[in-house]
Ligand binder design. Structure first.
Ligand SMILES: [Zn+2]
Length: 116
């Protein structure tokens, strides 16, 4: 866990840097499933353990999609998905901050108007 990234959350001018630090990022869900194989006398399949494989599910904007994930990619993909969630959180905070900043400025403006 990078505490430097978390401690600077809330500084909109640093948003590109914060996002860059979280790349590569991805969105989707990684599912663990057990599948039978095609080998006729497979021990794992006979004992019901079958074979572990990973599926990535995501939405392309129109519909849900999925694809098998090679085992060599699972760890990196997990990390990228976690980074994607952090980036989404940063974007939510950035939006909220934009609104509060504008709200503050508007209040200041109203005070000035009242004084005149
Ligand atoms: Zn098998």
């Amino acid at each position: 866990m990078k505490s430097a990234t978390l401690s600077t959350v809330g500084a909109p001018c640093n948003l590109p840097g914060q996002i860059r630090a979280l790349l590569p990022a991805a969105k989707g869900s990684l599912r663990e499933v057990r599948k039978p194989c095609i080998r006729p006398n497979c021990r794992a399949c006979k004992q019901g353990r079958k074979h572990l494989c990973f599926i990535l599910q995501w939405n392309d904007g129109k519909r849900g999609r999925c694809a098998y994930v090679p085992l060599s990619l699972v760890a990196d993909l997990r990390k990228a998905i976690a980074n994607g969630r952090r980036i989404e959180r940063l974007l939510s905070q950035a939006g909220a901050q934009m609104v509060t900043e504008v709200g503050k400025r508007r209040q200041e403006h109203c005070h000035e108007m009242a004084r005149q």
